[in-house]
Design a protein around this ligand. Structure first.
Ligand SMILES: *Cc1c(COP(=O)(O)O)cnc(C)c1O
Length: 362
C-alpha cells in the first residue's frame, strides 16, 4: 500500500482513516446489497437510511432542537453566500449586518450586496484580519434581517472563541471550516451552513441547518433549487443529491460519536493539538510570528510567518521531505498555514511541532 503523508491542506482536507477504510471496503459492493455507493439510487432504502442517520447523528452531536431543519445542498459555501441573501435579504427596505473578520466574510458580504443592503457591522480589514471584535466594537442594527459571521476564517486563522449573541436578530453563520470542531449553543443560531470538505467529509455537499422562524421569513418566488424551503419540503431529495459525499459525512459523524466520544471530547483534543503549535510559535523568540492575535487564534488553521520568504520556502520544502505537506499559506496572505482539522491525528501535529522546533533551532 502507498504510504499516507500528513496532509495539512485547508480543504479538501484530511479525513479519518477509519472512514476511508470503511468506504474502501464498501466501494465495490455494499454488504447485502451488492451495489456500489457510487452507483446506488438516491431513492433507495439504503440512501434514505444514510440521510436519516446523518441527520440523527448531527442532531445528537450538536444537540439540535426539533424546530431546526437539516438539509444537504450542493454548490459549496460560495453558493450559500448568495442563497442566504436571496432567501432572507431580497425585498425593499431590508438590510443585513455582516461581521467581517477575514476574506470569506468579506466575500459573503459582497455577494449579499447584490441582493440588498449588506452593512459591515464590523470589519477588521484595516488590521489585516488578525482579530475579533472587542467589547463595544460591534455596531449591530436591531432592525437587521440577520447578522452574518464567519465562525472560523480559514485563510487568516481567526476563529470566534464563543457563540456570538446577536440579540433578537437571527444569527447566520458560515461554519465551513470549524463545523463539528466543538459544541455549539444552537439557540443562538438562525441558520448555519458548512461545506463538508474542510471538517465534515469530501467536497460536493453543504450542510445547512435552519430554524423554523427563519424559514418562515422567506418570500415566494425563488427558483426551486435556490429556495431553502423546497429542500426542507423534499427532505434534500428534490433532485439527485451527492450520494457518496453524504455517505461519507455519515461515516464522519459516526466516527465522532463512536470513536471520539462527541464534540466536547473533540474540542479537548483540538485544544491540545493547536496548543502544541502555538506553544512553539510563542516560545520561538520571534522566529515564528503568529498572524492572529492570541485571543482570536483558530483551533483549525494555525497561521504564521517566518523571517523571510526564502526561509519560508525552505521550511515548506524540508517539511515536505518529512511527509508534512500542504503547509504553504493562502496566496493572498502568504506565510505558513497548518490546517489541523478534527481528522488530523495528534501524531501528525506532534511531528510538525518537532520539525518546527528543529528548524528554528529551539
Ligand atoms: C472554504 C470556505 C468557503 C468556500 O467553500 P466552497 O465550498 O469552496 O464554496 C467559504 N467559507 C469558509 C469559511 C471556507 O473555509
Amino acid at each position: 500500500m502507498t504510504e499516507r503523508v500528513y496532509n495539512f491542506s485547508p480543504g479538501p482536507a484530511v479525513l479519518p482513516l477509519k472512514v476511508l477504510e470503511e468506504a474502501q471496503r464498501n466501494l465495490v459492493a455494499l454488504p447485502q446489497i451488492g451495489i456500489s455507493p457510487l452507483e446506488i439510487s438516491h431513492r433507495s432504502p439504503w440512501f434514505q437510511g444514510v440521510l436519516d442517520e446523518t441527520e440523527a447523528n448531527l442532531r445528537r452531536l450538536l444537540a439540535i432542537p426539533d424546530h431546526y431543519r437539516i438539509v444537504f445542498m450542493q454548490g459549496g459555501s460560495r453558493l450559500q453566500f448568495s442563497l442566504v441573501a436571496m432567501n432572507l435579504l431580497r425585498g425593499t427596505g431590508r438590510s443585513a449586518d455582516y461581521v467581517v473578520t477575514g476574506s470569506w466574510g468579506q466575500m459573503a458580504m459582497q455577494e449579499a450586496a447584490r441582493e440588498g443592503t449588506a452593512r459591515a457591522a464590523y470589519n477588521s480589514k484595516p488590521h489585516n484580519f488578525d482579530r475579533l471584535p472587542q467589547h463595544g466594537e460591534l455596531e449591530l442594527d436591531p432592525r437587521a434581517r440577520y447578522v452574518h459571521l464567519t465562525s472560523n476564517e480559514t485563510i487568516q486563522g481567526v476563529q470566534f472563541q464563543s457563540d456570538l449573541d446577536a440579540g433578537g436578530v437571527p444569527l447566520v453563520a458560515d461554519l465551513s471550516s470549524d463545523f463539528l470542531c466543538r459544541p455549539l449553543d444552537m439557540s443562538r443560531y438562525g441558520l448555519i451552513y458548512a461545506c463538508a470538505q474542510k471538517n465534515a467529509g469530501p467536497a460536493g455537499v453543504t450542510i445547512v441547518i435552519l430554524r423554523d422562524d427563519v424559514l418562515a421569513q422567506i418570500d415566494e418566488g425563488l427558483p426551486t433549487m435556490l429556495d431553502y424551503r423546497s429542500f426542507v419540503k423534499e427532505k434534500s431529495l428534490i433532485n439527485t443529491p451527492p450520494v457518496f459525499a453524504i455517505y461519507l459525512v455519515m461515516l464522519v459523524t459516526r466516527w465522532l460519536l463512536d470513536d471520539v466520544g462527541g464534540l466536547a471530547a473533540m474540542l479537548e483534543i483540538n485544544r491540545r493539538k493547536a496548543g502544541l503549535l502555538y506553544d512553539v510559535i510563542d516560545g520561538s523568540r520571534g522566529f515564528y510570528r503568529g498572524h492572529a492575535q492570541p485571543n482570536a487564534r483558530s483551533l483549525m488553521n494555525v497561521t504564521f510567518r517566518l523571517p523571510d520568504d526564502a526561509t519560508q520556502d525552505e521550511f515548506v520544502k524540508q517539511a515536505k521531505a518529512r511527509g508534512l505537506v500542504e503547509l504553504k499559506g493562502h496566496r493572498s496572505v502568504g506565510g505558513i498555514r497548518a490546517s489541523i482539522y478534527n481528522a488530523m491525528p495528534m501524531a501528525g501535529v506532534e511531528k510538525l511541532r518537532d520539525f518546527m522546533r528543529e528548524f528554528a533551532r529551539l
